[in-house]
Design a binder for this molecule. Structure first.
Ligand SMILES: Cc1cc2nc3c(=O)[nH]c(=O)nc-3n(C[C@H](O)[C@H](O)[C@H](O)COP(=O)(O)OP(=O)(O)OC[C@H]3O[C@@H](n4cnc5c(N)ncnc54)[C@H](O)[C@@H]3O)c2cc1C
Length: 412
């Protein structure tokens, strides 16, 4: 590429790549910078996109969020069929989007009562789900453990293979003309009161009229930013496990809470089953923790006993970009030319289509779409300082864990 780009995107996770791809389609010249393009093979830290399970779960995630986030989640889920088809046409790559639905199972009578209350709450918001009896459960998913008292069927909660999605976005962005560079952005250059470029740790600096920060959980630690512009994201460690099972073992995504421990099973068509996930306040310590692996396997096999006979393939660990209110932070900031797209926490794979489309609108047209109004970076009062490696290490020392995450399989 010769000359400066119009847009620099910091971070080539699913969010950064979708923003870059969409901005290029709007006629802008885009550079994306990320240090971990080869990380899955290098053993270095890698974005949450690599660890995620790929549930697209606006319904079964509902109890964790407010109405605005529900609307954003539902909107993004509705964009998925076209998004997956457009990516397939642009790249020839399948992203594993499967309209399989999700079975949420109750472990005991108290759990079933909670699911009934959740069902009523969902209905009050116009969200469709169906109560299931014990017999319904076994009919829908015959390998579920005997004796589970009932559950909930979320026909609209689906899945995508997040690793295939990332691979396709990378190819689509490059084919559309995005310059994807390996590098760690050390700081944003602020000149005359506006963001004017970035400095990369190899000493290079690149100038552009628009900078989009999409560095996931690492977004808070980019240098050069005024504290009132720095997004207040924190790393929320999560572990998933990948198993190799017979492809027909599970027809749907299964979520459950075994004696209070949430767990989910996401079956791919090739027999891979993703089991997740732990949720730990452990800073940037992404070492796999044996207790989390044990708990996930214990709870997964409690729901589907046959899983104890399948092949163990992988443990994956990364950090979700959590925000103070667990909702994403998307939009222009007080610093001219500087747009943030981060804080997607548990739903960044689901929110990839809407974030890519609407951030491109912000950059290209200078307008904030209504659907993003509730997610403005300005909604948090106090300015934040960078977390820095020291505070991350301190958080790692007080590691606690509570497994969370969970939810949703027919090709489009
Ligand atoms: C265990 C687990 C399970 C999950 N399950 C689901 C799920 O089922 N469904 C769902 O919707 N979501 C799920 N998520 C959440 C989802 O993975 C994230 O919300 C999503 O990946 C956020 O995307 P992102 O591109 O913002 O960040 P990331 O995917 O984390 O990517 C950030 C990128 O920024 C790069 N970067 C970091 N620092 C810099 C820098 N200084 N300069 C340049 N680049 C930098 C990183 O290398 C990385 O490539 C899960 C997450 C975890 C951890």
């Amino acid at each position: 590429m010769t000359g400066n780009p119009d847009v620099i995107v910091i971070g080539a996770g699913v969010i950064g790549l979708s923003v870059a791809w969409r901005c290029t389609q709007r006629g802008l010249v885009v550079t994306v910078v990320d240090p971990a393009l080869d990380a899955p093979d290098s053993g270095r830290a890698v974005g949450a996109w690599h660890t995620a399970a790929g549930m697209l779960a606006p319904v079964t995630e509902l109890h964790y969020e407010g109405r605005e986030l529900l609307a954003l989640n539902v909107d993004s889920a509705a964009r998925y069929p076209d998004f997956a088809a457009e990516l397939a046409e642009a790249t020839g790559l399948d992203v594993g989007y499967r309209r399989c639905g999700t079975v949420q199972v109750a472990w005991d009578a108290a759990d079933l009562a909670d699911l009934r209350a959740l069902h009523a709450f969902q209905a009050s918001l116009g969200v469709t789900s169906e109560l299931l009896t014990s017999r319904d459960l076994r009919k829908l998913s015959p390998t579920l453990a005997a004796g589970l008292p009932g559950g909930l069927w979320a026909a609209d909660d689906h899945q995508v293979d997040n690793r295939l999605l990332h691979a396709a976005l990378l190819v689509a962005a490059r084919r559309a003309g995005v310059d994807v560079r390996q590098g760690h952005v050390a700081s944003v250059d602020v000149r005359s009161g506006r963001a004017a470029g970035v400095r990369i740790d190899d000493g290079a600096s690149v100038s552009a009229a628009h900078i989009v920060l999409a560095a996931g959980a690492w977004s808070r630690d980019i240098g050069g930013l005024p504290d009132d512009v720095r997004p207040p994201v924190r790393p929320v460690k999560g572990q998933t496990i990948r198993l190799t099972a017979p492809p027909d073992l599970l027809p749907h995504v299964v979520r459950g809470s075994v004696k209070g421990h949430p767990v989910y099973l996401v079956p791919r068509t090739n027999g891979e089953v993703v089991v997740g996930a732990s949720s730990e306040e452990a800073g940037f310590d992404i070492r796999a923790r044996t207790g989390a692996v044990y708990e996930l396997l214990r709870d997964a096999t409690a729901l589907v006993p046959e899983l104890s006979e399948v092949t163990f393939a992988e443990v994956s660990t990364s950090v979700r970009p959590g925000s103070p209110d667990n909702a994403p932070i998307i939009g222009p900031t007080r610093l001219d030319g500087f747009v943030v797209a981060t804080g997607h926490y548990r739903n960044g794979i689901l929110l990839t289509p809407v974030t890519g489309d609407e951030v491109a609108t912000i950059v290209a047209d200078g307008k904030v779409p209504d659907i993003l109004a509730a997610f403005s970076p300005d909604r948090f009062g106090a300015p934040v300082a960078a977390t820095g490696a020291a505070s991350a290490a301190a958080a790692a020392a007080t590691n606690s864990s509570t497994p969370i995450e969970a939810s949703p399989c027919t090709s489009p």
